[in-house]
Design a binder for this molecule. Sequence first.
Ligand SMILES: [Zn+2]
Length: 144
Amino acid sequence: MHEYSVVSELVALLLPRVGGIDGRVVSVHLRKGELRILSDASLVAAFEIVTSGTPLEGATLEIETVTTSVRCGACGYAGLAKHLEDESFHFAIPILACPRCGAEVEVTSGRELSIESVRVASLDPDESQDASGEEGGCRSSGAA
Ligand SMILES: [Zn+2]
């Protein structure tokens, strides 16, 4: 299962960063480009398996789908890709051609796959903290 290997890699990157935090990881926010053909349900299922027995066990995987944006070198269009909607598909398929002139386009978003933030519940029930990070990672906010 492709989702399983993807989640294994993400969790392997994440674990060293959450190992030292004072608190419990309650959720992990993943940004997933729609061009990544990955099933959300399979990602969540794989996350549960991969995090079992780790400090991430019990955390919720939140998946945000990033829509596809394109840039056209021919006419200068920049914006959302047009989608082919077909009832036989489970989702709309982005068309990688310029919606204005039909030329080939450069994809500017839609291929992302990164952990955007990690929510940590303090062991002290009155406090909670957010740790957010740049693409591909996360960092603790360091609040003591
Ligand atoms: Zn164009």
